[in-house]
Design a protein. Structure first.
Ligand code: ADP
Length: 333
């Protein structure tokens, strides 16, 4: 996997598990979300009830799964894991829901990819802790109600806009995770380096953080490559190791990766700076529209390199400058 791909690879999961903060206090950054969750969990504990259903929204690698585990931990509840793409029929969801033990937290990752038929079952389950199961076919078919144990649904999505309103409305609280500031990411890097026994100067940690796309998962991943660099190039300074690893993995001064840059370049060269529609843009760089929309764009927009307009995506003047192509009409042709 490219070090900037924000999704976790299989070999990475064990490593990520080891670095995962276990309490809200250990969770770096996102002060607003942390405060909101703390209030919600404390109120539920005082009333000795299950916390409300919680939706965690934001790009990959920002800590949604980590927060789901923390919610379980802080409220003293076991967490069951499920994922949207694995729920292809209402029956898949019925199996998950009916196996819940009272008070458990059910974590559903990528809930926007769950089957439509399961969505409707989930409405009833979230509201009344009850589902209707269809048994039999044709004229003999009947709907059988099934009582569920009370549970707290914690769902994660990279695309909250894609969830139908009736589903969104059933969450007591939606947490919007933001990209991390360089300061907060420096704390993530320093914390991880300490846990992995990697010596790193604070200047090197800050430089690594600055170029990690605002994403803890990427910061941790690049940190491992810096460790490798230090191991292989004995005697190199920390800052040399950071620069060496970043260059090798094609991370530029903004922390942009090759796909980020090819999106900017495509808009500049093929679409004269935009506006261009999402599907056209995705096709021109050979990526899925969903990846462009949920992974690439949010960061480019937040860095002020790209703008979303009603007519499509456009480069900002900063974005154009980043491509190194000047804005004169003959260069754009
Ligand atoms: P998501 O579910 O949003 O894709 P994860 O929760 O899996 O992201 O986070 C990816 C990795 O980044 C985790 O293993 C964790 O170690 C690290 N991480 C995420 N958020 C934080 C944070 N706020 N503080 C420290 N580490 C974090």
């Amino acid at each position: 996997a490219s070090p900037l791909q924000p999704e976790a690879s299989v070999e990475e999961l064990a490593f990520e598990g080891a670095l995962r903060p276990e309490t809200l206090a250990e969770f770096v950054g996102q002060p607003r979300v942390r405060g909101q969750l703390e209030l919600l969990l404390k109120a539920a504990a005082l009333q000795q009830r299950a916390p409300d259903h919680i939706l965690l929204a934001g790009p990959p690698g920002l800590g949604k799964t980590t927060l789901a585990m923390i919610i379980g931990n802080e409220s003293g509840r076991a967490v069951r894991m499920a994922s949207g793409p694995a729920i292809q029929h209402a029956g898949d969801l019925a199996a998950v829901l009916s196996a819940l033990v009272p008070g458990e937290v059910l974590f559903v990752d990528e809930i926007h990819r769950m089957a439509k038929s399961a969505e409707e079952m989930l409405y009833l389950a979230m509201e009344d802790f009850r589902i209707d199961i269809m048994v039999g076919k044709g004229a003999g078919a009947a709907s059988v109600p099934l009582e569920l144990s009370p549970f707290t649904l914690v769902a994660a999505t990279t695309r909250s806009g894609m969830l139908p309103a009736p589903l969104r409305d059933r969450f007591g609280f939606t947490a919007h995770l933001e990209f991390y500031s360089a300061e907060d990411l420096t704390r993530v890097v320093t914390r991880s380096a300490g846990m992995l026994d990697i010596q790193l100067t604070s200047a090197a940690a800050a430089e690594l953080a600055k170029r990690s796309r605002g994403t803890p998962r990427i910061a941790n991943r690049l940190l491992r490559r810096v460790r490798d660099w230090k191991l292989v190039h004995e005697g190199s300074s920390d800052i040399e190791a950071v620069h060496g690893a970043l260059e090798l993995y094609d991370v530029d001064a903004y922390g942009l990766d090759r796909l980020d840059r090819s999106v900017l370049e495509a808009i500049a060269k093929s679409f004269k700076g935009g506006p261009v529609g999402l599907t056209t843009l995705a096709a021109s760089v050979g990526e899925e529209a969903e990846t462009i929309e949920s992974v690439v764009e949010p960061y480019l927009v937040r860095e002020g390199l790209l703008a979303r307009t009603p007519r499509g995506r456009m480069l900002t003047s900063e974005g154009l400058r980043h491509t190194g192509i000047d804005g004169s009409p003959d260069q754009l042709d």
